[in-house]
Write a protein that binds this ligand. Structure first.
Ligand code: PRP
Length: 216
């Protein structure tokens, strides 16, 4: 009997852009996450299933063995810390960047050069803290879990640190991207114990994913 494999994915771009990689491994997800509320999806391989978790929870599921492997954004991996994870591949999917944005009219450059304290709202507190520390900027960090764009518009914060992909969300909320902190893509992460116990099937998936990584 082959050993069952559980793959953790998050809905949206990571799920959609992982499907071609799964196809390269001969795996098709047979249920559509947009059409049901199911959190465990079956595949055409009886021993492979997909669990749907929040993007920020993928590293945690894989770390503690709730999933054998997963696809996680570099942003989520940095915030998690990466403990207990083997990280064999940058899949070069779900690309975006982490940036600083402010409301139009806010003098960000002036605030930075004058050494003012900045109120920064973000879900990405580790990334933001390291970035502003490296610039020598003092910040009051406000942890949010979503809709970061609202923070500068309501006066909750001077700046946000958030993911930017097309830039449409910032534009729609009249925010200006003033600094790019880092490029983001999604990585394959594997539970270290599972890598030993389920070496054969996991290696086949890792090798197939490696062969199907987008070239650009
Ligand atoms: C991300 C991010 C922005 C948006 C940027 O949110 O937080 O809100 O995408 O994309 P754009 O530049 O193409 O407009 P996401 O949809 O991943 O959901 P989240 O709010 O749960 O993080």
């Amino acid at each position: 009997m082959t050993q069952p494999i559980t793959l953790a994915l998050s809905k949206g771009r990571i799920f959609d852009e992982t499907l071609p990689l799964l196809a390269a491994a001969g795996i098709t997800v047979t249920e559509d996450p947009e059409k049901s509320r199911k959190l465990i999806l079956s595949t055409d391989q009886p021993d492979v299933r997909v669990v749907l978790v929040r993007a920020t929870d993928v590293p945690t599921y894989v770390q503690y063995g709730g999933a054998d492997l997963g696809v996680a954004g570099k942003d989520s991996l940095i915030e998690h810390g990466g403990q207990g994870l083997f990280r064999p591949l940058d899949l070069k999917i779900a690309k975006c960047r982490v940036s600083v944005a402010v409301r139009a009219g806010f003098d960000y450059a002036g605030a930075v050069t004058q050494g003012s304290r900045l109120k920064v709202a973000t879900k990405y507190t580790s990334i933001a803290r390291d970035f502003f520390a490296s610039k020598g900027v003092h910040v009051d960090m406000i942890k949010l879990y979503g809709s970061m764009e609202l923070a500068p518009l309501t006066g909750l914060a001077d700046a946000i640190v958030d993911l930017v992909s097309t830039g449409n969300t910032l534009k729609a909320n009249k925010l200006i991207e003033v600094e790019q902190i880092m490029d983001i893509s999604s990585h394959l992460v594997v539970n270290q114990a599972a890598l030993k116990l389920k070496q054969g099937p996991l290696k086949r998936i890792i090798d197939a994913f490696a062969s199907a990584i987008p070239k650009v």
